[in-house]
Every structure is written in C-alpha cells, then in structure tokens.
Design a protein around this ligand. Sequence first.
Ligand SMILES: Cc1cc2nc3c(=O)[nH]c(=O)nc-3n(C[C@H](O)[C@H](O)[C@H](O)COP(=O)(O)OP(=O)(O)OC[C@H]3O[C@@H](n4cnc5c(N)ncnc54)[C@H](O)[C@@H]3O)c2cc1C
Length: 393
Amino acid sequence: MKVVIAGAGIGGLCAAIALTKVGFEVEVVERAPVLTEVGAGIQLSPNAVKGLAGLGVAEAVLAVSSQPQTLEMRIGRTGEKVFSIPIAKDARKRYGAPYLHVHRADLIEILKRSAEFAGAHLRLNARVAAYVREDTGLRVGLDTGAIIPADLLVGADGARSTVRKQMLGEDQARYTGAVAWRITVAADVAPDLPHAAIVWAGPGKHAVTYRIRRGEMINFVGVVETDRWRGESWDQPGDPVDLADDFGGWAQPIPDIIAAASTCHVWALFDRDPLPRWSDDRVTLLGDACHAMPPFQAQGAAMAIEDAIVLAKCLQKDGVSEESLRNYEKLRKPRTSRVLNSARSNMGVFHRSNAWSQAATYGPMKMADRLFPAFIRSRQDWIYGYDVRKVVV
Ligand SMILES: Cc1cc2nc3c(=O)[nH]c(=O)nc-3n(C[C@H](O)[C@H](O)[C@H](O)COP(=O)(O)OP(=O)(O)OC[C@H]3O[C@@H](n4cnc5c(N)ncnc54)[C@H](O)[C@@H]3O)c2cc1C
C-alpha cells in the first residue's frame, strides 16, 4: 500500500516514520528545495516526547536538547515572578517523560534521518498541486507535472494546506490581532537567564524565553498585538529596531537579548475554527493542515506528532478505509479542539491590558502558587499526561 504525504514538516516526517514502521510504502513530497527549518526553538512537552519515544527518536532529540528546570510566568516590566512549576523534577515522575527545548533544525534533521532510515522516500522541490480519486486509488499531481499513483494521500502541508483547500474549499483563517517576533542568540548574552521556560506577560504583548542546543543558545519569541501585520509566513524578515521598541522598558535580560540579535523574523498569527471533517475517502489531513492553532499553549507540533502515531495505528488496524480515517478523526479531534481553545484563552491571560486586570489575574495565580502549588501544576495534566503510545484504536 502506497501513501503519499504532502509536506515534510514535523507532522509529515513523523507520519512518514510511523507509517513506514507499520509496513506502508511512503513517499513524502516537500515543496522546499532543501529540508531545513528556520533558526528558532521549539518546546517539546512530555506528551510530545512520549510520541517521539514511540517513533524511536526521543534519545536522539534528548541529546541535542536543553531541559528547563521550571516553567515560569513573570511580569514583563518588573521581572516579578507570578508562578514557577518545577518541571524538571515533575516531568518524568508525573508524566513519564522529560520536558525539552530543541532547535527546530536539529529536530527536523533527526526526523528526516529516521524517516529515510525506516525506508521512506523524500521528494524535494515539488509541490502537491491536486489529487484525483479513482475507483481503487488516487493519483496525486505535482507542480512538476509528475503524477504519483497512491492508495492514500496525507495532507501534512501546514496551515495553508493545498490538500485541505481541495477537500474543503477556501480557508476561513482569522488574524488573531497579534504578530510573533522570534530570534535566537548565544546564551552568553544573558548568562543569568535561568534554565526555564519563562512567559513574560505585559499589556497587549508577551515574550517567551528558553534555552536550546544544550543551553548554548537562547530562543526568544515576542508576541505583540498590532494591526500592522505583514502576512502569514514563516519567513518574513523584521526590523530589530521595531522589536526593541515593542519591548522597550522591559526587565533584563529581555533588552540585552533583543540588542544581541542581528536578524529577526516576524509573522502574523492566525486562528482557525475546527474543521467540519478531516478526511475525504482516501485523503486525510494531519498537523497544522487540520488544526493550526495560535502558539499560546506551545502544542501545535505536539499535536502533529500525536496525530501521526494515531493515524498509523488506525491504518495498521483497519487498512486504508473510510472507517480507519473516521476513527483517526474521532480519536484526535476532541483533543486538538480542546488544546486550541486553551491556546486561545491563554492569549488573554498573558496580555492583561492594565494594572487592575493584571492584579486581578496574576495576584490570585501568585497566591495559588504559594498556597496550592499542586493545583497550579495539575492544570497541565490533561495535556502533558496524555500518552499517545497507549491509545487504543
Ligand atoms: C511562534 C510559534 C511558536 C511555536 N512554538 C511551539 C512550541 O513550542 N511547541 C509546539 O509543539 N508547537 C509550537 N508551535 C506550533 C508548531 O510550530 C506547528 O504546529 C508545527 O510546526 C506544525 O507542523 P506541520 O508539520 O503540521 O506543519 P508545517 O511545519 O507548516 O509543515 C508543512 C510543510 O509542508 C510543506 N508544504 C506546504 N505546502 C505544500 C505542498 N502543496 N506540497 C508539498 N509540500 C508543502 C511546507 O514547506 C512545510 O515544510 C509554534 C508555532 C509558532 C507560530
């Protein structure tokens, strides 16, 4: 049985590994001429790491990652701590896997090597343009003019998926009202920055800092509400002067980190409602193609990793059939929709607009952190505690 996967991002490569391992012949078609990722980090929560373990790549990822001691929230202008969750201690004991920070390019390289080692074929510099259904299979058309016969097409082609567009029509994306800046700098720029994932909250904006590459680099994401957005893209260069303006007056080491950046990127964040369906006969969707979400819960890639494993389990059990694809959607959609809602509500929590609403939100959180630390920790249990390896299909 031949599966064509559109897109070699985190989701497409994980699907390639999972499907090859259960016996499918897999071809991944990627529009980029070279497989790499932008210079940015990614947080891999314990549920994502359990998925990577299921694919057999967790050890390789661990070797190039950095492990935060705590997950923290601070006030951006003062640096005052709102809460701090000791994740290094908790993650393995409570959730059965560590919490990791990794450079995206390192993760993609590991997934690519593993997919090829498992036997998947990677076709670069070619875009999936359309598919045609036939009685017993599909023909997948590429922009190069090539046509690939297949039994199944998986659209892992990201938030602006071509496969989804053919299946469901024009996209209903909404601008969230916020753009995200991202930079990476050498860690010696801010030697005192703790080994932690820190959300720095402020009126109409927030920043996230953490270390990557075994602690050698710092990743910075700055989310700012604005109407001057420049397009939904992974790769728009931004002006470091604008970035410094956006976070002017914030506590150290934010200004030092921003001042050290020679280049930065900015892109608009979009929000999409859950889709009416993910599949159409022998075509299905995975990752951002079916549940792109704003990054305020740091779970988009985690959801794509989980999707890949559940899809492979469903196809292994019932073969390529409408029933398998219905089962896949039934098992994944409630969770991805819940994570989407949680990400949406986090934006409001991180961006309280004035002193009164900040005090009303962060005061009780700070108190709860002192008096009921177990409560603060347990709020993420439903996300991090999930073990996709144990899902029964
Ligand atoms: C600022 C920010 C921070 C984030 N932080 C985190 C985090 O800490 N943790 C986390 O879990 N998630 C995070 N995410 C979300 C995460 O990055 C995405 O959810 C994840 O990368 C989605 O992977 P994907 O493979 O589904 O899609 P993509 O990464 O978009 O990959 C799609 C691939 O398909 C290719 N492609 C597109 N169209 C075609 C076509 N027609 N034919 C062939 N190839 C095609 C593209 O070139 C690309 O390689 C963050 C997102 C943002 C914006």
